[in-house]
Design a protein around this ligand. Sequence first.
Ligand SMILES: NC(=O)c1ccc[n+]([C@@H]2O[C@H](COP(=O)([O-])OP(=O)(O)OC[C@H]3O[C@@H](n4cnc5c(N)ncnc54)[C@H](OP(=O)(O)O)[C@@H]3O)[C@@H](O)[C@H]2O)c1
Length: 244
Amino acid sequence: MELIRRILITGANGKLGHATARYFLERDLSCHVFLGVRERREQAEAVVADFPGRAFLCPLEITSEEAWTEALAGIEAQSGLLNVLINNAGYHDDALLASMSQTQWSGVLDANLNAVFLGCQAAMKPMMQQRWGRMINVASLSALHSPAGQTNYAAAKAGVLGLTQSLAKECARLGITVNAICPGHIEGALPKSWSDEQIKAVKRETPMRRFARPEEIAAVLFFLASAEASYMTGTSLKLDGALV
Ligand SMILES: NC(=O)c1ccc[n+]([C@@H]2O[C@H](COP(=O)([O-])OP(=O)(O)OC[C@H]3O[C@@H](n4cnc5c(N)ncnc54)[C@H](OP(=O)(O)O)[C@@H]3O)[C@@H](O)[C@H]2O)c1
């Protein structure tokens, strides 16, 4: 089957999101990439300018069910039915649990977990119509190896892994695969609060002695979104340079 991949990447103005968009556009010359944006847009706009007619901005507040409905209707009207969803948007807001506010807890749960539920649910319909789909959820190493100060983020990302496994089973006979990745630290996207000393110390702890380049993570996303990855579903891939 000749398949045009229509790929939605949430949080595509961010470090990993826009690198992933470029990676797909450079390697699959027939794909259409929709770059989900919220407030900041400059990186995503640069990708759109570099790939006219194949890359498009897609305003999307991932915590809003209506926004998902509008985004998918817009994609269908512009290009056709969505068949690849990369739930990449997310953020952390670290604090020790004893002093974490409920807003910090629920904000992180909403964006990192509840939004993945909304996105997967919205994407099921067009993917079921095509009997082909790829859902890929960007979790984190924190889901598997949770540091102090991240109870909210670790719980949300661990929830994403559970959702991924369960949904993969629901979709197994529909031609839709559902997978997650758990990146460790990504070069250029480290917590702003880290000092140079801290960065050096974490690199020393990492057997590869370096962080992931965004393109190295994008390469795994590219494979998971391919036709060739048809028997891989329900997995969570750890991409951490053997840190744990
Ligand atoms: N950086 C790392 O080392 C690392 C490690 C493991 C996992 N991850 C995960 O990888 C993903 C991408 O990380 P990154 O480093 O590329 O982050 P980033 O540069 O901070 O980008 C995150 C993106 O998510 C968007 N976003 C956040 N909340 C949103 C919402 N409610 N609605 C719509 N968009 C929203 C942001 O939009 P705005 O620009 O509008 O705020 C931003 O574009 C995240 O899920 C993160 O948890 C990152």
